[in-house]
Design a binder for this molecule. Structure first.
Ligand code: BDR
Ligand code: CA
Length: 313
C-alpha cells in the first residue's frame, strides 16, 4: 500500500480524490493537510473533516495550513467554479471532528520523519504547505518516498491565464521552491487531466456506491459540470485531483518524460511551468541547473476516468 499525506483545497474535484484516498484498499491515508485555493483555508479544513466523517474515517487527521501565498497577493476563491462552500453550494451536514493542533507543515515534517523513505506527498492545491515544510526541515527532501503534484501544464496551456494552471498561479513562489527542491517528483498537469472526463454516467455509479458521501460528491459535481460545459464544451468534468492518485496506482496508463522543471514567478507568464527535457542542450545552462523530475505528457483518459468511477462505485 502507498502511505500518503494528501495536501488539498477542497474543492469539488478535490472531494472526489479525497473519497478515493479514503476508500482505496491500496492507499493508507496518514492525514490530510489543507490550504487556501479553491476556498479559504478554514473552509478547506471544514470540508476535509466533513468528507472523512461521511466516509466513516474520523480517525484521519486533518492539519490546517496556508491561508495565503508565500509572497504574492491572494487571489479570491473561484466561487463560480467550486461554489462559495467549495462543494457546489449544496447543503452540508454538521462537522463533529476537529483539526489536528499542528500546522500542516509541522504535520508533514513529523509524519515524514517518523517513517523515513515511506511517505508519499500528494499535493493537489497551491503548494504553500510543502514549501513551508521544506523551510521547517529541509532534510525531508531525502526522506520522502515521492512527491506527486497535480498542477502545471507542459504543452496544454493554462486554465486561469493563457499559460498558467490554477495551483501554480495561486502560489508561484511556493511552487518554484517545491518543484526545484531536488526530491523525487512527478507532475500530473493539465496535459493529462484535460484528457479525462468524469461523465454523468460515472457519477451516477459513484453516487449509488458512496451513501451519504455519494450525495455530496454528486451534488457538488452537478455545480462543477456547468463550469466545464462553458469552459471546455464537455458534458462532464475533469477530475484533475484524482489523476494524481491514478498516476500513483495506475502509472501504466500515463506517458511521462524526464527533465528540469521550474515555474515563472512574475510578469505575464506568472504561474507557467517551464520544462526542459533532459538531454537537450539549451543556450543557457540555467534550464538544467535543477535536479530532473518526471512530468506526465499523455494518458489513457478513458481508462483513468473509468478507474475513478470503478474505485468509488
Ligand atoms: C486544479 O485547480 C483547482 O481548482 C482544482 O481543484 C485542481 O486542483 C486544476 O487546475
Ligand atoms: Ca485542488
Amino acid at each position: 500500500a502507498h502511505s500518503i499525506i494528501f495536501d488539498t483545497d477542497p474543492g469539488v474535484d478535490d472531494a472526489q480524490a479525497i473519497a478515493i484516498a479514503l476508500r482505496h484498499p491500496e492507499i493508507d491515508l496518514l492525514g490530510m493537510t489543507t490550504t487556501y485555493g479553491n476556498v479559504d483555508v478554514e473552509v478547506a479544513t471544514h470540508n476535509a473533516l466533513l468528507l472523512a466523517q461521511l466516509a466513516g474515517r474520523d480517525d484521519v487527521p486533518v492539519a490546517q495550513g496556508a491561508a495565503a501565498p508565500l509572497v504574492k497577493e491572494r487571489h479570491p476563491p473561484p466561487a463560480h467554479i467550486h461554489g462559495a462552500n467549495g462543494l457546489g453550494d449544496i447543503e452540508l451536514p454538521a462537522v463533529r471532528g476537529k483539526a489536528d493542533p499542528r500546522s500542516a507543515a509541522r504535520f508533514i515534517v513529523d509524519t515524514v520523519n517518523a517513517r523515513p523513505g515511506e511517505v508519499t506527498l500528494v499535493a493537489v492545491g497551491p503548494l504553500g504547505n510543502l514549501a513551508a515544510a521544506l523551510q521547517l526541515d529541509p532534510s525531508i527532501i531525502g526522506r520522502v518516498r515521492q512527491v506527486v503534484i497535480m498542477g502545471g501544464s507542459i504543452r496544454e496551456g493554462g486554465n486561469v491565464t493563457p499559460v498558467a494552471e490554477a495551483n501554480m498561479f495561486n502560489d508561484p513562489d511556493a511552487a518554484a521552491r517545491v518543484l526545484t527542491a531536488g526530491w523525487p517528483l512527478v507532475l500530473v498537469g493539465l496535459d493529462v487531466t484535460h484528457r479525462c472526463v468524469l461523465t454523468p454516467a460515472h457519477m451516477a455509479r459513484i453516487e449509488a456506491g458512496q451513501g451519504e458521501l455519494g450525495r455530496v460528491l454528486a451534488g457538488s459535481y452537478a455545480f462543477y459540470r456547468d463550469f466545464y460545459h462553458d469552459f471546455l464544451g464537455i458534458d462532464g468534468c475533469c477530475p484533475h485531483d484524482s489523476c494524481a492518485l491514478a498516476w500513483l496506482l495506475r502509472p501504466e496508463l500515463f506517458t511521462t518524460a524526464r527533465g528540469h522543471l521550474t515555474v515563472a514567478t512574475d510578469g505575464d507568464a506568472e504561474g507557467q511551468t517551464i520544462f526542459a527535457p533532459q538531454g537537450r542542450t539549451f543556450i543557457e545552462e540555467r534550464w538544467s541547473r535543477t535536479p530532473p523530475v518526471e512530468v506526465c505528457l499523455e494518458v489513457d483518459g478513458q481508462a483513468v476516468s473509468d478507474w475513478i468511477a470503478d474505485t468509488l462505485a
